[in-house]
Ligand binder design. Structure first.
Ligand SMILES: [Zn+2]
Ligand SMILES: [Zn+2]
Ligand SMILES: [Zn+2]
Ligand SMILES: [Zn+2]
Length: 797
């Protein structure tokens, strides 16, 4: 997903192999500047043709046929009262219609009807306004205006509702003849509404108490003078071995906020199903992707999206987000949608980064880097220069990325100074990235967007790009500068890309217990967060809200200790060998305490001990690599790892099937199947295996859908034991499990247990996600609710 699609990677690899050895050698040793100078001409017409063919699999334009398909599907589901799905399908239909057309206004009007049924009145009103502004057909207007009046009524805005009604009345009167059945129905509705308004006016509802005043604990926060967004308890240090890194300059408490940073740039990850497998036949996909669920710009969750004026891919939470994105980058990206999907998120982030920075700043820093390249031939002098930087604040001036005042800020300069490791990437990989970046720049040039890229002039001028300009194929010097910066960013991303993740609700959504899973939403540059080095046992947690990241200490950190982030390979999830393998993409060998312990002693990692097999005959632990022998001497059975792995795979397929049964609301069958899986698993998996916990978790979920809260709680408690073994008692994973348990106990009126579980969940989650996170707020609401229960219910428990 991060990298280009496979076919393009293979094409680039083939081209690389065909190059003359001399050229290959020169490219391998070249600086970024020279790579581009040498490589620009290597994007041949045949390569462009290959890309054009691949782009057909990722359609991002507006297609009338797709619009029709989605609208009809939407109507069908609306008829079956699946309003949530209907909203989504109407959104997809709207994204394929030209703006300002009667067709798009019909999509908005239909969507407003579904939103009304979902009781989302504010959003419904927005959609009605959209339908009107896009030229909704006059003869259909009365029905929509009545809906508007009803919405206003439901929102308690009586005067507005009455005004809206008189507009409808006038309209109907003006239209004359009132004999058609639709008109009759409208009139009936109208008089009903009038009565409702009158009733409400004569007995106004008591003003609702403002219930949002749950005491919000304020957090201690003092901002650092020299690092933007960082707490004053951190300092920026530099040495040759560790590079730039952040250190606690005073004792830090668990849960304390250490960093609050807005992404310099972020790009929504399209999700798995964006690329069609076969280009010969168009199959409109009704599966949901990230692009349908989150705002293209601010990553807020979408209910009724605003489509881009030019493409079907970008969708926004509001018109103002759409306008801002257009102004900042999307007017350039819009026509490149399919190409950017084909070349992957890293290329897309690289392009958006230079667009946000602007040509002037990009070219200033690219020039500056050329001066620096001259030092490259004398690395010793360079290192010496850097290592002289003392650890005092005055010394931060010479730390790369800091401005003249010695401040490190979330700026393009800081992004530019993240290490691209140009000399460590394989030459083939650099070649692939170079070809991809050049392909983007060539398309920009051919689409007549070069001026827009370079000058950042107002959008009106470029709303109609001239596409006729035939070029010789050579990039202009300015675009070459942009390309060079983009190549740098693509290479940087391998080590510095930060995933923006959210807990996404999964499953049917109508169950009392919400099942959430962590999903990757976007890829971003956070130049300050990037200062943190990796450890397989980190001392912080990162949480996201929109495009902003917050870092909190997950444990007490004494003054002088380094702050560590985990780039992915965590000691609880992987064995040291797997971790080191994964970390090789960051070009370093991890020397964290967990790695040292596991490498230097015979200590088996937590991950390997708990995710292991047991003897199928006597269930004692097994030992060995390829062939596993039972540790019980009396048994002496041996079995190949391969056969057990196959059994594990089969088991996972069975579990998937059980979950499908649950989705089809066949809970009893799902339970039967899961119990069978559990029996089977007990015969060859160690009791602490993560999968054992997952099965308990699934069982809890099924029982919860049946309202059997006690059974659900019993299974979840077993799952929690296993999660605790793997991730530790104060891990964020534990927090999420306890949150689920609290919901189950709450629903089952197990008051005292619920209260103590809420307490535990709150303690853990406030450390990782902060006291203001939605999960903490939900826990507090549960607590309030339980304390207000009448005594009669409390006594039952
Ligand atoms: Zn938005
Ligand atoms: Zn667009
Ligand atoms: Zn490590
Ligand atoms: Zn045995």
């Amino acid at each position: 997903m991060a990298l280009p699609v496979e076919e393009w990677r293979l094409y680039a690899a083939r081209r690389w192999a065909e190059l003359e050895p001399v050229l290959r050698e020169r490219l391998a040793a070249a600086s970024l500047h020279d790579t581009l100078r040498l490589g620009c001409g290597l994007l041949r017409p045949e390569a462009v043709a290959v890309l054009r063919r691949l782009c057909r699999r990722a359609p991002a334009g507006k297609e009338p046929a797709a619009a029709r398909f989605y609208r009809e599907e939407g109507n069908r589901l609306f008829g079956r009262r699946h309003y949530g799905t209907a909203v989504r399908l109407y959104s997809q239909a709207a994204s394929h219609e030209p703006p300002g057309s009667p067709e798009v206004s019909v999509c908005f009007a239909n969507r407003s009807a579904a939103l009304f049924h979902l009781r989302c009145f504010e959003v419904c009103l927005e959609d009605i306004a959209r339908a009107e502004s896009h030229g909704y057909p006059d003869r259909l207007l009365p029905k929509v205006l009545l809906r508007k009046a009803e919405c206003l009524l439901c929102l308690g805005r009586l005067q507005d509702a009455a005004d809206a009604l008189s507009v409808v009345e006038n309209k109907i009167a003006m239209d004359g003849i009132m004999t058609s059945p639709t008109h009759q129905a409208l009139l009936k509705k109208l008089s009903q509404l009038k009565i409702k308004i009158h009733e409400k006016e004569s007995c106004p509802e008591p003003a609702r108490e403002t219930c949002g005043d749950v005491q919000r604990r304020s957090e201690i926060w003092e901002e650092n003078d020299s690092i933007s967004g960082a707490s004053s308890s951190l300092s920026l240090n530099f040495d040759i071995e560790r590079g730039r890194h952040l250190v606690a300059s005073q004792d830090i408490l668990p849960g304390q906020s250490l960093l609050k940073e807005e992404a310099f740039v972020s790009v929504l990850c399209p999700g798995e199903s964006r690329l069609l497998q076969d280009s010969s036949e168009t199959v409109w996909d009704t599966r949901v992707t990230n692009a349908d669920l989150y705002c293209h710009r601010c990553l807020r969750q979408l209910l009724a999206s605003v489509p881009c004026r030019g493409c079907s891919y970008a969708k926004y939470c509001s018109q103002s987000c759409a306008d801002m994105a257009w102004e900042q980058y999307h007017r350039t990206e819009c026509s490149l949608g399919a190409l950017l999907l084909t070349l992957g998120v890293f290329c897309h982030v690289a392009l958006r980064t230079v667009l946000l920075a602007g040509f002037a700043e990009v070219s200033r820093l690219v020039e500056w880097s050329h001066d620096d390249d001259k030092d490259l031939h004398n690395p010793e002098a360079r290192c010496k220069h850097l290592s002289e930087a003392p650890d005092t604040r005055a010394g931060t001036r010479s730390i790369p990325g800091c401005n003249d005042n010695g401040q490190y800020q979330s700026s393009y300069q800081a992004v530019f100074n993240l290490l691209p490791h140009a000399e460590k990437h394989s030459p083939e990989h650099k070649f692939l990235c170079m070809l991809s970046v050049v392909a983007i720049c060539k398309q920009l040039q051919e689409a007549g967007l070069e001026a827009a890229v370079l000058n950042q002039e107002s959008s009106e001028k470029w709303s109609k790009p001239k596409t006729c300009e035939k070029t010789s194929g050579e990039l202009s010097p300015e675009l070459k500068t942009m390309a060079e910066a983009m190549l740098r960013h693509v290479l940087q991303l391998q080590c510095n890309a930060q995933a923006i993740t959210v807990m996404q609700e999964s499953g049917s959504g109508d169950s009392a217990v919400v099942n959430k899973k962590l999903v990757r939403l976007a890829t971003a540059f956070f130049p300050v967060l990037s200062l943190l080095n990796h450890s397989c046992c980190p001392n912080i947690s990162v949480s996201f809200s929109g495009t902003a990241a917050t870092v909190r200490a997950s444990q007490a950190i004494p003054s002088g200790q380094e702050i560590f982030h985990c780039y992915g390979p965590h000691r609880c999830r992987m064995r040291v060998a797997e971790r080191q393998q994964l970390l090789s993409q960051y070009f370093f060998e991890c020397r964290c305490q967990a790695c040292l312990d596991e490498l230097e002693s015979d200590v088996k990692s937590v991950a390997s001990m708990r995710n292991s097999f047991c003897c199928p005959s006597c269930r004692a632990p097994v030992q060995g690599e390829e062939m596993l022998c039972c540790s019980n001497e009396a048994c002496a059975i041996s079995v190949s790892r391969e056969s057990l792995s196959r059994r594990l795979w089969d088991l996972q397929q069975q579990i998937k099937k059980a979950l499908e049964l649950l989705r089809d609301r066949k809970a009893d069958q799902a339970i039967k199947m899961l119990l069978k899986c559990q029996m089977d698993a007990g015969n060859f998996l160690s009791p602490g295996h993560l999968l054992m916990g997952e099965m308990e978790d699934h069982l809890a979920q099924v029982y919860a859908t049946l309202g059997k809260w006690q059974e659900a709680a019993r299974h979840l408690e077993r799952s929690i034991e296993i999660v605790e073994m793997h991730h530790g008692p104060s891990s964020v994973e534990m927090g999420h499990e306890l949150f689920k348990l609290a919901q189950i106990l709450f629903n089952g009126f197990a008051v005292s247990e619920a209260l103590s579980t809420i307490q535990r969940a709150e303690e853990i989650l406030s450390v990782h996600c902060g006291p203001q996170s939605t999960q903490i707020q939900e826990l507090q609401e549960m607590k309030t609710c339980l304390s207000e229960l009448p005594r009669s219910i409390l006594q039952r428990t």
